[in-house]
Write a protein that binds this ligand. Structure first.
Ligand SMILES: O=C(CO)COP(=O)(O)O
Length: 256
Protein backbone atom coordinates (compact mmCIF):
# COMPACT_ATOMS: atom_id res chain seq x y z
CA UNK A 1 0.00 0.00 0.00
CA UNK A 2 1.51 3.33 -0.97
CA UNK A 3 0.39 6.20 1.17
CA UNK A 4 0.88 9.80 0.07
CA UNK A 5 3.25 11.49 2.50
CA UNK A 6 1.95 14.41 4.54
CA UNK A 7 4.33 17.09 5.79
CA UNK A 8 2.66 19.45 8.26
CA UNK A 9 4.33 22.43 9.88
CA UNK A 10 3.26 23.20 13.42
CA UNK A 11 4.21 26.82 13.97
CA UNK A 12 3.18 26.63 17.65
CA UNK A 13 2.96 30.06 19.32
CA UNK A 14 5.25 31.77 16.82
CA UNK A 15 4.80 34.46 14.15
CA UNK A 16 2.82 37.67 14.41
CA UNK A 17 0.62 38.36 11.39
CA UNK A 18 3.31 40.28 9.43
CA UNK A 19 5.87 37.55 10.25
CA UNK A 20 3.43 34.82 9.27
CA UNK A 21 2.74 36.50 5.93
CA UNK A 22 6.48 36.64 5.17
CA UNK A 23 6.96 32.98 6.09
CA UNK A 24 3.95 31.95 3.98
CA UNK A 25 5.29 33.97 1.04
CA UNK A 26 8.70 32.32 1.37
CA UNK A 27 7.09 28.89 1.39
CA UNK A 28 4.90 29.81 -1.55
CA UNK A 29 7.80 31.23 -3.58
CA UNK A 30 10.10 28.31 -2.85
CA UNK A 31 7.65 25.45 -3.25
CA UNK A 32 7.96 23.26 -6.32
CA UNK A 33 4.43 22.75 -7.75
CA UNK A 34 5.33 19.27 -9.06
CA UNK A 35 6.37 18.20 -5.55
CA UNK A 36 3.13 19.55 -4.12
CA UNK A 37 1.27 17.24 -6.50
CA UNK A 38 2.84 14.17 -4.93
CA UNK A 39 3.27 15.25 -1.30
CA UNK A 40 0.48 16.70 0.83
CA UNK A 41 1.74 19.81 2.60
CA UNK A 42 0.04 21.79 5.34
CA UNK A 43 0.94 24.55 7.74
CA UNK A 44 -0.68 25.06 11.12
CA UNK A 45 -0.17 28.66 12.24
CA UNK A 46 -1.65 30.31 15.33
CA UNK A 47 -5.37 31.11 14.95
CA UNK A 48 -4.85 34.83 14.25
CA UNK A 49 -2.50 34.02 11.35
CA UNK A 50 -4.84 31.58 9.60
CA UNK A 51 -6.65 34.08 7.40
CA UNK A 52 -3.56 36.07 6.31
CA UNK A 53 -1.66 32.85 5.54
CA UNK A 54 -4.63 31.50 3.61
CA UNK A 55 -4.76 34.71 1.60
CA UNK A 56 -1.10 34.32 0.58
CA UNK A 57 -1.56 30.72 -0.57
CA UNK A 58 -4.78 31.54 -2.40
CA UNK A 59 -3.26 34.53 -4.17
CA UNK A 60 -0.25 32.46 -5.25
CA UNK A 61 -2.46 29.46 -6.10
CA UNK A 62 -0.06 27.24 -4.18
CA UNK A 63 -1.25 23.85 -3.04
CA UNK A 64 -0.48 24.15 0.68
CA UNK A 65 -3.30 23.28 3.06
CA UNK A 66 -4.14 24.99 6.31
CA UNK A 67 -4.54 23.47 9.74
CA UNK A 68 -5.34 24.71 13.23
CA UNK A 69 -3.31 23.70 16.28
CA UNK A 70 -6.27 23.07 18.54
CA UNK A 71 -10.05 23.47 18.63
CA UNK A 72 -12.96 23.04 21.00
CA UNK A 73 -15.57 20.38 20.35
CA UNK A 74 -18.76 22.38 21.05
CA UNK A 75 -20.05 24.29 18.01
CA UNK A 76 -20.70 27.59 19.84
CA UNK A 77 -21.55 29.11 23.18
CA UNK A 78 -20.15 30.37 26.46
CA UNK A 79 -16.61 28.95 26.22
CA UNK A 80 -14.43 31.99 26.76
CA UNK A 81 -11.15 31.85 24.92
CA UNK A 82 -12.01 28.83 22.79
CA UNK A 83 -12.28 28.51 19.01
CA UNK A 84 -14.95 26.34 17.37
CA UNK A 85 -14.81 23.89 14.50
CA UNK A 86 -17.21 25.97 12.35
CA UNK A 87 -14.81 28.91 12.82
CA UNK A 88 -11.72 27.04 11.64
CA UNK A 89 -13.70 25.42 8.84
CA UNK A 90 -15.00 28.74 7.55
CA UNK A 91 -11.47 30.16 7.54
CA UNK A 92 -10.29 27.30 5.35
CA UNK A 93 -8.69 24.71 7.63
CA UNK A 94 -8.72 21.18 6.30
CA UNK A 95 -6.59 19.80 9.15
CA UNK A 96 -6.51 20.30 12.91
CA UNK A 97 -3.83 19.09 15.31
CA UNK A 98 -5.29 17.65 18.50
CA UNK A 99 -3.75 16.14 21.60
CA UNK A 100 -0.32 17.68 21.13
CA UNK A 101 1.86 16.86 24.13
CA UNK A 102 2.24 20.57 24.88
CA UNK A 103 -1.54 20.81 25.18
CA UNK A 104 -1.73 17.63 27.21
CA UNK A 105 1.10 18.59 29.57
CA UNK A 106 0.72 22.37 29.85
CA UNK A 107 -3.02 22.82 29.37
CA UNK A 108 -4.52 19.68 30.82
CA UNK A 109 -5.84 18.11 27.62
CA UNK A 110 -7.05 14.58 28.32
CA UNK A 111 -7.57 11.45 26.26
CA UNK A 112 -11.33 12.01 26.64
CA UNK A 113 -11.05 15.56 25.31
CA UNK A 114 -8.95 14.36 22.39
CA UNK A 115 -11.62 11.80 21.56
CA UNK A 116 -14.41 14.42 21.68
CA UNK A 117 -12.37 16.72 19.42
CA UNK A 118 -11.59 13.90 16.97
CA UNK A 119 -15.27 12.95 16.68
CA UNK A 120 -16.43 16.54 16.22
CA UNK A 121 -13.76 17.24 13.59
CA UNK A 122 -14.60 14.08 11.64
CA UNK A 123 -18.27 15.08 11.72
CA UNK A 124 -17.32 18.47 10.25
CA UNK A 125 -15.12 16.98 7.53
CA UNK A 126 -11.83 18.30 8.96
CA UNK A 127 -8.94 15.84 9.26
CA UNK A 128 -7.75 15.52 12.86
CA UNK A 129 -4.00 15.00 13.28
CA UNK A 130 -4.11 13.04 16.52
CA UNK A 131 -0.86 13.38 18.48
CA UNK A 132 0.41 10.67 20.78
CA UNK A 133 3.78 10.10 22.40
CA UNK A 134 5.55 9.14 25.57
CA UNK A 135 7.68 11.12 27.99
CA UNK A 136 11.29 10.21 28.71
CA UNK A 137 10.36 8.55 32.00
CA UNK A 138 7.80 6.33 30.29
CA UNK A 139 10.39 5.38 27.68
CA UNK A 140 12.98 4.64 30.34
CA UNK A 141 10.51 2.41 32.15
CA UNK A 142 10.21 0.41 28.93
CA UNK A 143 6.41 0.68 28.74
CA UNK A 144 6.25 3.18 25.86
CA UNK A 145 4.51 0.88 23.37
CA UNK A 146 1.69 0.19 25.81
CA UNK A 147 1.47 3.88 26.70
CA UNK A 148 1.29 5.11 23.11
CA UNK A 149 -1.08 2.43 21.86
CA UNK A 150 -3.44 3.10 24.77
CA UNK A 151 -3.45 6.80 23.81
CA UNK A 152 -4.40 5.69 20.29
CA UNK A 153 -7.19 3.42 21.53
CA UNK A 154 -8.58 6.21 23.73
CA UNK A 155 -8.50 8.76 20.92
CA UNK A 156 -10.50 6.43 18.64
CA UNK A 157 -13.11 5.29 21.17
CA UNK A 158 -16.50 5.10 19.44
CA UNK A 159 -15.04 5.90 16.01
CA UNK A 160 -15.62 3.35 13.25
CA UNK A 161 -13.37 2.37 10.34
CA UNK A 162 -15.27 4.50 7.84
CA UNK A 163 -14.50 7.62 9.89
CA UNK A 164 -11.04 6.58 11.09
CA UNK A 165 -9.85 6.50 7.52
CA UNK A 166 -10.26 10.28 7.42
CA UNK A 167 -7.83 10.86 10.30
CA UNK A 168 -4.07 11.03 10.77
CA UNK A 169 -1.98 9.92 13.75
CA UNK A 170 1.26 11.70 14.69
CA UNK A 171 3.78 9.94 16.92
CA UNK A 172 5.69 12.60 18.78
CA UNK A 173 7.91 11.33 21.59
CA UNK A 174 7.98 14.14 24.16
CA UNK A 175 11.73 13.69 24.70
CA UNK A 176 12.37 14.47 21.03
CA UNK A 177 10.26 17.63 20.80
CA UNK A 178 12.30 20.81 20.59
CA UNK A 179 15.29 19.04 22.10
CA UNK A 180 17.30 18.35 18.97
CA UNK A 181 17.27 14.72 20.11
CA UNK A 182 15.45 13.03 17.23
CA UNK A 183 14.24 9.47 17.58
CA UNK A 184 16.37 7.23 15.40
CA UNK A 185 14.55 5.89 12.34
CA UNK A 186 14.44 2.49 14.09
CA UNK A 187 12.97 3.95 17.30
CA UNK A 188 10.37 5.94 15.36
CA UNK A 189 9.49 3.00 13.13
CA UNK A 190 9.06 0.65 16.09
CA UNK A 191 6.36 2.87 17.59
CA UNK A 192 4.72 3.85 14.28
CA UNK A 193 4.46 0.15 13.40
CA UNK A 194 2.89 -0.54 16.80
CA UNK A 195 0.41 2.28 16.17
CA UNK A 196 -0.49 0.74 12.81
CA UNK A 197 -0.90 -2.66 14.42
CA UNK A 198 -3.33 -1.05 16.88
CA UNK A 199 -5.24 0.59 14.02
CA UNK A 200 -5.33 -2.79 12.31
CA UNK A 201 -6.78 -4.32 15.46
CA UNK A 202 -9.38 -1.55 15.77
CA UNK A 203 -10.37 -1.07 12.14
CA UNK A 204 -9.04 -3.95 10.08
CA UNK A 205 -6.23 -4.26 7.61
CA UNK A 206 -7.60 -2.21 4.72
CA UNK A 207 -8.31 0.85 6.83
CA UNK A 208 -5.12 0.62 8.89
CA UNK A 209 -3.00 0.28 5.79
CA UNK A 210 -4.55 3.34 4.19
CA UNK A 211 -4.15 5.64 7.24
CA UNK A 212 -1.18 7.94 7.62
CA UNK A 213 1.05 7.79 10.67
CA UNK A 214 3.44 10.74 10.97
CA UNK A 215 6.57 11.18 13.05
CA UNK A 216 7.36 14.44 14.85
CA UNK A 217 10.18 15.52 17.14
CA UNK A 218 13.25 17.44 15.97
CA UNK A 219 12.68 16.38 12.38
CA UNK A 220 14.77 18.53 10.08
CA UNK A 221 16.26 18.65 6.60
CA UNK A 222 19.19 16.51 7.76
CA UNK A 223 17.26 13.56 9.20
CA UNK A 224 13.93 13.64 7.33
CA UNK A 225 14.87 11.37 4.43
CA UNK A 226 15.90 8.45 6.64
CA UNK A 227 12.86 8.78 8.90
CA UNK A 228 10.51 9.01 5.92
CA UNK A 229 12.09 5.94 4.34
CA UNK A 230 10.67 3.77 7.13
CA UNK A 231 7.73 1.58 6.15
CA UNK A 232 5.24 2.92 8.69
CA UNK A 233 6.24 6.60 8.70
CA UNK A 234 4.03 8.45 6.25
CA UNK A 235 5.14 11.99 6.85
CA UNK A 236 6.20 14.47 9.47
CA UNK A 237 4.83 16.97 11.93
CA UNK A 238 7.51 19.63 12.03
CA UNK A 239 8.01 22.23 14.75
CA UNK A 240 11.19 24.33 14.78
CA UNK A 241 12.25 23.48 11.22
CA UNK A 242 8.85 24.59 9.90
CA UNK A 243 9.64 28.18 10.91
CA UNK A 244 12.36 28.44 8.26
CA UNK A 245 10.94 28.14 4.75
CA UNK A 246 14.10 26.64 3.25
CA UNK A 247 14.29 23.90 5.92
CA UNK A 248 10.59 23.14 5.67
CA UNK A 249 10.78 22.89 1.88
CA UNK A 250 13.81 20.58 2.07
CA UNK A 251 11.77 18.25 4.28
CA UNK A 252 8.91 18.43 1.77
CA UNK A 253 11.37 17.50 -0.98
CA UNK A 254 12.65 14.58 1.08
CA UNK A 255 9.08 13.30 1.29
CA UNK A 256 8.72 12.94 -2.49
O1 LIG B 1 6.06 19.23 18.45
C1 LIG B 1 6.45 19.14 17.29
C2 LIG B 1 5.52 19.27 16.16
O2 LIG B 1 4.20 19.24 16.59
C3 LIG B 1 7.87 18.92 16.99
O3 LIG B 1 8.57 20.04 17.35
P1 LIG B 1 10.13 20.16 16.96
O4 LIG B 1 10.19 19.79 15.48
O5 LIG B 1 10.47 21.59 17.21
O6 LIG B 1 10.85 19.19 17.80
Amino acid sequence: MTRKHLIAGNWKMNETIPEAVVLAQEISNGADPATLDVVDVAVCPPFVDLKPVKTVFEFDKVNVALGAQNVYWEPKGAFTGEISIPMIKEIGCTYCIIGHSERRNLFGETNEGVNLKARALIEAGIVPIICVGESLSVRDEGVYLDFVTSQVRAAYAGIDAEDAVRTVVAYEPVWAIGTGRTATPEQAEEVCAAIRATLWDLFGEETAESMRVLYGGSMNEGNAALLLAEADIDGGLIGGAALKASSFLEIVKAAK
